[in-house]
Design a protein around this ligand. Structure first.
Ligand code: SF4
Length: 418
């Protein structure tokens, strides 16, 4: 199917009905961002060494098209159906972020009271990527909201390509036209349902989109990989995230902590959905969707082929909630897998246990920033190396000040779970 330019579409992670094309920003984007961080860290590590000796898949999308992932084989069984996924269409990056000129004007008008959540995620979900970025450095997140994200470098592009390849190993895409926000969301939900079915029938799925309501905000995320346990006595699926690395080393603690937070967010969202916590009325209200809007013929045909005969978005949401009700909670053990970009060899796997209290306090801390309850914090002194490789360093008030005088500050490394 292809998406109609007449309607704004929405973003899997950042859904904003605007006058511009919607995008589905999925975790691959965050991988790109983290690749940048990896690259910066790699350089930082090198410099440090020198100094101490001396210091429905991520697809760029356009309003005229939309991708439906479809199994290459005929759709005759749940196994095959599970491989079909409607994935989103990304337009250019959000104009409200990229268009700094626009910001310059609107910032003055809106200076008074609007929080970042209201300004940049209105009618749009916060993403796990947003949480990760905020945890990395709130001030940097603030700059990115105001002035735009860094452009993709080579390492980001390589990381992106690797994730696309991994996704294509289990899913094939086809285009699907959409004509409304409701169509767009129907496509997203079907992708999530198909991923859940694929997990149950085949024991593995990749690039699984999640939409949920946690800590009072709508949140979206895309999980790299979920595996059903091998042991029959264990029934909880394991969440896995793949990180590609420029350097042939495992990342620093601050990067691992950021990755742990990401996976714990996924588990939190997963368990909420599996427990049936999806307030559908609030969902329709928040995203300004009409639950009874009749979906386009193309969307209805494709969702029916996928095994979900639906007339409206409300029908699709019911299928979504039912699909998640079939799933058990995610495993308490989570896995970060690190690959060397050069040859895709395994650098190492880091397993860790879900720490609900730690994760929740981190999310709440991030939300204080997003809700405007306090100003952006700077990174703690022990992670100040990040500033040397931050593209906003030239305008950041933290630079040039003695470490102890930087305020406000936070201690990211506090209470880090193992
Ligand atoms: S210079 Fe440092 S404190 Fe300022 S935004 Fe960049 S990383 Fe954050």
């Amino acid at each position: 199917m292809s998406e109609s330019p007449a309607e704004s579409t929405q973003d899997i992670k950042n859904d904003t009905p605007t006058q511009t094309p919607l995008e589905i920003e999925i975790e691959i984007v965050s991988e790109e961002e983290m690749a940048l961080i990896d690259a910066a860290l790699a350089t930082a590590t090198r410099c440090s060494q020198l100094s101490s000796s001396s210091a429905i898949s991520a697809t760029s999308c356009f309003p005229s098209s939309q991708l439906l992932q479809r199994n290459v084989r005929s759709i005759q069984s749940i196994t095959l159906l599970a491989k079909r996924r409607l994935s989103g269409i990304c337009g250019p990056d959000e104009p409200d972020i990229e268009d700094s000129g626009h910001f310059a004007m609107t910032q003055k008008r809106n200076r008074v009271a609007k929080s970042f959540l209201e300004r940049f995620r209105k009618n749009r979900a916060l993403s796990v990527t947003d949480i990760r970025g905020t945890e990395w450095c709130e001030k940097q997140m603030e700059f990115m909201l105001l002035f735009g994200k860094p452009r993709a470098n080579k390492a980001m592009k390589v990381g992106h390509a690797r994730h696309v390849k991994l996704e294509e190993e289990v899913i094939t895409k086809v285009k699907v036209p959409v004509q409304s926000f409701e169509d767009r969301w129907a496509v997203k939900f079907i992708n999530s349902i198909n991923g859940a079915n694929q997990l149950l029938s085949e024991g593995l799925t990749r690039e699984l989109p999640l939409f949920g309501f946690i800590e009072g905000v709508w949140m979206v995320g895309v999980i790299d990989e979920i595996q059903m346990p091998v042991k029959e006595t264990d029934r909880n699926p394991m969440i896995v995230d793949v990180k590609t690395r420029v350097q042939e080393t495992l990342p620093t603690e601050s990067q691992r902590r950021n990755g742990r937070l990401q996976l714990m967010c996924y588990k939190y969202m997963w368990d909420n959905l599996a427990a049936g916590n999806f307030p559908s009325r609030q969902f329709f209200d928040f995203f300004s969707l009409n639950p009874y809007h009749v979906l386009s013929e193309e969307v209805r045909e494709n969702t029916a082929k996928a095994g979900y005969p639906a007339k409206t978005l409300d029908d699709i949401v019911r299928f979504y909630m039912n699909a998640w009700n079939m799933l058990p909670p995610a495993h308490n053990q989570l896995l970060l897998r690190y690959e060397f970009q050069k040859d895709q060899s395994l650098l190492g796997e880091v397993e860790f246990i879900y720490d609900h209290d730690w994760m929740k306090s981190r999310i709440q801390g991030c939300l204080e920033f997003w809700k405007g309850e306090r100003e952006a914090s700077y990174i703690p002194d022990e992670e100040r190396w990040k500033c040397k490789y931050c593209q906003f360093a030239s305008v950041c008030p933290a630079i040039g000040k003695p470490e102890s005088s930087r305020s406000p500050s936070k201690t990211n490394s506090d209470s880090i779970p193992s």
